[in-house]
Design a protein around this ligand. Structure first.
Ligand SMILES: O=C(O)c1cc(=O)[nH]c(=O)n1[C@@H]1O[C@H](COP(=O)(O)O)[C@@H](O)[C@H]1O
Length: 495
């Protein structure tokens, strides 16, 4: 049998011959023009070529494929390749849908799998890396761990750097530069074409924001470092005063539990806060869900918070332009800025939303150093639109606005840029033995166990709502969750 390298060279020549690989003037998905284009969709019409691409992937990625549970293909071009790779490697296959179905299961990932299973992604061509980032996001939301992405062609236009910057491993069978070299050696393209492609590559590199380069190692190290550090040590590294205060409070009070007091009456919420107070670091409210909110609510909750030493988070999820959120935060019936230590904020409007909140606080000078927000980077509910790329932009916003951002609401650990930022993870519920009682609530919420969110998903603070509010004894339930979560945290930092 010919050597791998010879087979790869022959394959590249064949791909050129059957017009998978074309030279000319092509408009790309990004709108940019390119002198070279790959159309791997047509290889389904060439069974021998399809088989050879898949065989070479199986050989090239033998170890990763051998050690994973599933191979995931992405529509359309890579599906046929991934199918043969899965068969060749004797692994089960998953398909990441392009869009969720609006009927039936509504799943983004088709196939049989269990949370925690590992998976190798197979793609045809990588340009900016965004499609792979999104695929990883969808797989991770299903609880799958992506160990590596294998692509046929790397166009060398920033994909490797983008993926590396998010701690994702990617390897390609062949790069565009190698392809040009092979084709030139085989007398299939002239020097002028090689030069044209080379110039194009130099000029068209998809820019990666400077904060993400050199990439993976920086981010991965931050993640690993954060997960291994104690809350006390992280408080020292924190440049946000409220994040430092919360981290110290957690360390002193020995709790990483936040209870969500999602009830309809003010008296019930206040009673709950008083009952769970000894076991929590944060009490979270949705005051716009109260039937009887009055100006007394904030000061009364603050008194209880002082007695039991916890912080108050109003989960308002601000999401408008700076001027509007500035009004919503400081004024109106709720006057949130007057009593809530922390608020949640969507990243969608960009930095203007933080400016709006800060400008509101500047008119309440006394509160400025005692207030902060958590940016909602990723949501717990099924089919949430917080894709991996949205999440990474939200992280960037968090990192650049540590003046007012104490943490992020996120379902996973990767890419949180600094150990000072606190990861708040909702969607936590446990049965009597600590494993999830049910993995959903029928309205899209997705639940994980306390241990899982701390040890596998990187939660610093875990949010439990109905797990406590629907328990016969809320204080007992809070103690139960506090113990499980704190134990998992101790295990995490001692590993
Ligand atoms: O920002 C949040 O707290 C939040 C974000 C998210 O992605 N998912 C999520 O469930 N939440 C909140 O966390 C709480 C979860 O409540 P339970 O599902 O009853 O535990 C609710 O108050 C939600 O509003």
């Amino acid at each position: 049998m010919a050597l791998y390298k010879e087979r790869l060279n022959a394959l590249v020549v064949k791909l050129h011959e059957i017009n998978v690989l074309k030279f000319g003037d092509y408009k790309m998905k990004s709108g940019m023009h390119s002198p070279v284009y790959f159309d791997l969709r047509i290889i389904v019409s060439y069974p021998k070529v399809l088989a050879e691409v898949s065989n070479l992937i199986c050989e090239f990625a033998k170890n990763s494929l051998g050690n994973c549970d599933h191979v995931c293909g992405v529509p359309y071009a890579a599906l046929s390749i991934a199918t043969l790779v899965a068969v060749g490697a004797d692994k089960s296959m998953l398909i990441r849908r392009k869009e969720a179905k609006d009927y039936g299961t509504k799943r983004m990932v088709e196939g049989c799998y269990n949370p925690g299973d590992s998976c190798v992604i197979v793609e045809d061509v990588v340009t900016s890396g965004l499609s792979i980032v999104e695929t990883v996001g969808d797989l991770e939301r299903e609880g799958l761990k992506v160990t590596e992405s294998i692509v046929v062609v790397d166009r060398e236009q920033g994909g490797t750097e983008r993926l590396a910057s998010q701690g994702l491993k990617m390897r390609s069978l062949v790069t565009l530069t190698e392809i040009m070299h092979i084709l030139h050696e085989a007398g299939k393209v002239d020097k002028a074409t090689v030069t044209k492609v080379k110039t194009y590559l130099t000029e068209s590199r998809v820019p990666i924001p400077s904060d993400r380069v050199p990439g993976s190692l920086a981010v991965k190290q931050t993640t690993d470092e954060r997960l291994k550090m104690t809350f006390d040590a992280r408080a020292e590294k924190s440049t946000n005063m409220m994040s430092a205060r919360l981290l110290r409070l957690m360390a002193t009070k020995r709790t990483n539990l936040c209870v969500a007091g999602d009830l309809r009456s003010s008296a019930a919420v206040l009673r709950l806060a008083d009952a769970v107070g000894p076991y929590i670091c944060v009490f979270k409210t949705h005051v716009d869900a109260l039937d009887d909110f009055s100006g007394q609510f904030g000061p009364q909750l603050c008194e209880i918070a002082k007695t039991h030493n916890f912080l108050i988070m109003e989960d308002r999820k601000f999401g408008d332009i700076g001027n509007t959120v500035s009004l919503q935060y400081g004024a109106g019936n709720f006057s949130v800025a007057a009593w809530a230590d922390l608020v949640t904020v969507h990243a969608l409007p960009g930095p203007g939303i933080i400016d709006g909140l800060v400008s509101c606080l500047e008119t309440h000078r006394a509160h400025l150093k005692d207030r902060a927000c958590f940016i909602v980077a990723e949501m717990s509910c099924k089919d949430a639109l917080t894709t991996a790329s949205y999440r990474s932009e939200a992280m960037k916003l968090a990192e650049t606005r540590v003046d007012f951002v104490a943490g992020v609401v996120s379902q996973s650990a990767s890419g949180i840029p600094s150990p000072g930022l606190i990861q708040l993870t909702p969607g936590v519920r446990a049965g009597v033995n600590g494993t999830p009682q049910s993995d959903s609530d029928g309205l899209g919420q997705q639940y994980n166990s306390p241990r899982h969110v701390v040890l596998e998903r990187g939660a610093d603070v875990a949010v439990v709502g109905r797990g406590v509010t629907e328990a016969p004894d809320s204080a007992e339930a809070a103690k139960f969750y506090r113990d499980l979560l704190w134990e998992a945290y101790l295990e995490r930092v001692s590993e």
